[in-house]
Design a protein around this ligand. Structure first.
Ligand SMILES: [Zn+2]
Ligand SMILES: [Zn+2]
Length: 379
């Protein structure tokens, strides 16, 4: 504890500079490293000195296509906007009245601080805030989603609402701590939105970071069996899935995914599918993996509109829903599971780059260079 107090004191005395390095989005796909003023925390906010920021598939969407970012009511291009939303760091300044955290606290973040005043926020679904992006000029409702509607983590500092912070255990690396928010998304999809119960069968389609985290979280929640699917280009990821606790992994390049789920479940089908692949026929396949009355959570972006067999969903009473982010404090529950080392989260992290190398980090994530899974930028 004495060591920690010393660290806190050192940071307390460490002056925060006036300017910081930050990447900003210009035209689609164009990032530039600039100097920006270090922002000041307002009421219920802190200034975070960023330690590490992971590249997420959604960052790639934002940087190339704009959505789901929304800056000043429109596309995020050429607005001095800094992307990046999966980060961790150290609290270095407190806004007025903040006593929930102290200077020197090591934290990870969740993305969304809803407005707190709309119907969804009042229901606890702040990642689906009805005032999304309403945080400018006369439209300022107080909503924040760092890296989407406010400045994010590809920078040296960021402002966070106290509601978006969780403590990081001392024995967790910076790189691993950036994955807490990813695990939070998986947790939200499974526990609160999905209502997954111990002993139920889950299929996770697509072994990307959210898919792998879904396997780990589901096993921690007692799901059984947990089946993970991927293609021949995902063999390394499927192996990691086994280490996360998957009871069965299926290479869909070799065996039909629906047939495999039917085989493993003795013909009964799964209770629940977490769809993390974004494949064109994923919804139709998922519908045939679940038993009647089953649930399908959509956690991936399909790249074009898809044809769905709606009659099959209707006649089998199948629940189908999207997930946005990590609501209902799922990040806190995920942080707890990771602090308990319930699954080897760090295995998802494969590459590290510096802040100056953000475009390279993004290229590695996008093109899956050297089998990259989670690429992290470390300050
Ligand atoms: Zn993300
Ligand atoms: Zn709201």
């Amino acid at each position: 504890m004495a060591g920690r107090a010393k660290v806190a004191a050192a940071i307390d005395n460490m002056p925060v500079p006036e300017k910081m390095k930050a990447w900003v989005l210009g035209d689609p796909g164009e990032l530039t490293l600039v100097e920006k003023p270090v922002p000041h925390p307002g009421a219920a906010e802190v200034l975070v000195r960023i330690g590490a920021t992971a590249v997420c598939g959604t960052d790639l969407e934002v940087i190339s296509h704009g959505e789901p970012a929304l800056i000043q009511g429109g596309m995020p291009f050429n607005k001095n906007f800094t992307p990046g939303h999966e980060y961790m760091g150290t609290v270095v300044r407190l806004g007025p009245g903040v006593d929930e955290f102290k200077i020197g606290d090591r934290i990870a973040v969740e993305i969304h601080a809803g407005c707190g005043r709309c119907e969804r926020c009042r229901e606890g679904m702040y990642t689906s805030c009805l005032n999304y992006g309403m945080n400018y000029g006369d439209h300022d409702k107080g909503h924040r989603a760092n890296g989407f509607t406010t400045d994010g983590g590809f920078a040296e500092y960021a402002i966070n609402h106290v509601n978006t912070l969780v403590h990081v255990p001392e024995n967790m690396t910076d790189e691993e701590a950036t994955l807490i928010v990813t695990a939070g998304t998986a947790t939200y999809g499974l526990d609160v939105l999905g209502g997954l119960l111990a002993g139920q069968c889950l299929v996770v389609t697509g072994p990307g970071p959210i898919g792998l985290m879904s396997v780990g979280v589901a096993k921690a929640l007692g799901a059984s069996p947990v089946i993970l699917t991927g293609t021949s280009s995902d063999l390394r990821r499927l192996e990691i899935g086994r280490k996360f606790g998957a009871d069965e992994v299926v290479n869909v390049s070799e065996e039909d995914a629906v047939a495999a789920v039917r085989r493993i479940t003795g013909g009964k089908g799964a209770h629940y599918v977490m769809e993390c692949s974004g494949a064109p026929d994923a919804v139709n396949q998922a519908a045939r993996m679940v038993s009647r009355g089953g649930r399908i959570c959509l956690a991936a972006f399909a790249h074009a509109p898809v044809t769905v067999d709606v009659a099959y969903l209707v006649s089998n009473n199948i629940y189908l829903f999207g997930i946005r982010g990590e609501g209902r404090s799922a990040v806190r529950r995920a942080a707890s599971l990771m602090a308990q080392a319930r699954f080897p989260a760090g295995l998802v992290h494969t590459h590290t780059f510096t802040l100056d190398q953000v475009p390279t980090a993004i290229r590695y994530a996008k093109e899956r260079i050297e089998d990259a899974i989670k690429v992290v930028v470390k300050m």
